[in-house]
Design a protein around this ligand. Structure first.
Ligand code: BEZ
Length: 390
């Protein structure tokens, strides 16, 4: 019979061994990255572009981040909030990933942010703009490489105000991104003396727009602001033009309305004005090199989603570099991710204490298959981060 003293000693040895195994797993071997993105449904194109952009940056670093190889785990979140908690737990609990990267849809991202906080998992968000994630849900563990829904909406409202728009209508899907984007637009427009006379919504990802277009035609506002993206944006812009509304009522939106969609939208999108933190023709060496490398690697042109994926990898790389790939040094890692000035194809930007990009928002105009830069709509725009307490 072993004595109690021997048993305790054996247990202590076992504990020390398992702690040092965990610690070494955090500093050696491949970094496990969980990509949770939509690969099916209306946002599938956005998910693929984000993954491409992320992988392009990693490839440019010789396939390593912070000196460590990268191993990818993938989940298709289908832009389906009701499946989001189960899906994110596949990555956190089943695959035991070190870092989560995702996603596109704000409703899904809100569930990811809650799970990341509960499990103390690092989360880099390459698109979803849910204001709450860098508001009441903000956390040192969560950094966004994209935007808050408020940012491009607010900027378009400011632009519409300077164009003398007095009565506007909004139309969008009834979920966080649409509600927050149109709220931002309303705030910007009101600053310029205009107002939103009616908000129209339909459930995500519904594309039966006819009844709502009839209502717009009847109300005759000075302008319409629409938040749609991906497949839904293609259908909306085409239906708006087919109804003849684009001849009399200008259609504005955040750049998602015309980004990654122009080939499919064709003539219906020409000359549209949108606001976003990226424009295809930014003539800088950084953007030109990025576009060339992306086109060679993926045989297609990049869009804002590809840029956000690329920058998500850059932000993570900065954190990992600061700790030589040692994920156990979490505070130093997240501090470096917040301190970075990102040398992005969109132009340089910084990260706010709440974890959101502080960035220029551009006014763009559709010409052919490009969203062309026209002017800086709002310089160094910082999300108000309402409710964020760190
Ligand atoms: C969102 O759900 O936050 C979102 C989706 C597509 C484009 C932009 C924002």
């Amino acid at each position: 019979m072993p004595s109690t003293r021997h048993t305790l000693a054996a247990l202590a040895t076992l504990f020390v061994a398992s702690v040092s195994l965990t610690a070494s797993a955090q500093s050696t071997g491949p970094i496990k990255i969980g990509l949770m993105l939509p690969y099916t449904g209306t946002y599938a194109g956005l998910g693929n572009a984000i993954e491409n952009g992320f992988k392009l940056y990693v490839q440019e670093q010789g396939g390593k981040l912070g000196g460590r190889e990268v191993q990818y785990f993938k989940v298709d979140d289908e832009s389906e909030p009701s499946k989001a908690t189960d899906n994110v737990n596949k990555l956190i609990k089943r695959d035991n990933v070190d870092v989560l990267v995702g996603t596109v849809h704000s409703g899904v991202a809100l569930a990811m942010a809650k799970a990341a906080k509960e499990n103390n998992t690092l989360l880099v968000i390459p698109n979803a703009g849910a204001d709450a994630i860098t508001g009441p849900l903000c956390s040192a563990n969560i950094v966004r490489s994209s935007f808050s829904n408020w940012q491009p909406g607010y900027a378009m409202g400011v632009v519409a105000g300077t164009k003398g728009i007095k009565r506007a209508m909004t139309i969008t899907w009834a979920y966080a991104a649409g509600a927050e984007s149109t709220k931002g637009f309303t705030e910007g427009l009101e600053k310029g003396g205009g107002k939103v006379v009616k908000d129209l919504t339909l459930p995500f990802p519904n594309v039966e727009f006819q009844a709502l277009l009839t209502e717009i035609a009847a109300q005759k506002p000075d302008a319409v602001y629409a938040f749609f993206a991906g497949g839904g944006a293609v259908k909306f812009v085409k239906d708006y033009a087919a109804a003849g509304l684009n001849k009399t009522i200008p259609l504005y939106g955040p750049g998602f309305l015309t980004d990654g969609t122009l080939e499919a939208q064709g003539a219906s999108a020409q000359n549209m004005l949108t606001t976003l933190h990226y424009a295809d023709n930014l003539d800088t060496p950084r953007n030109n090199n990025f576009r060339k490398a992306y086109a060679i690697a993926f045989k297609t042109q990049p869009d804002v989603y590809a840029v956000q994926g690329y920058d998500a990898a850059q932000i993570l790389a900065a954190g990992l570099k600061a700790v030589n790939g040692d994920l156990s040094k979490r505070d130093a890692l997240t501090a470096a991710m917040h301190k970075i000035t990102v040398d992005s194809p969109r132009g340089k930007f910084t990260i706010s204490p709440a974890g959101n990009p502080v960035q220029d928002i551009y006014l763009r105009e559709v010409k052919g298959n490009n969203n062309e830069f026209r002017s800086v709509a709002v310089k160094s725009l910082s999300d108000p981060a309402r409710g964020c307490k760190l």
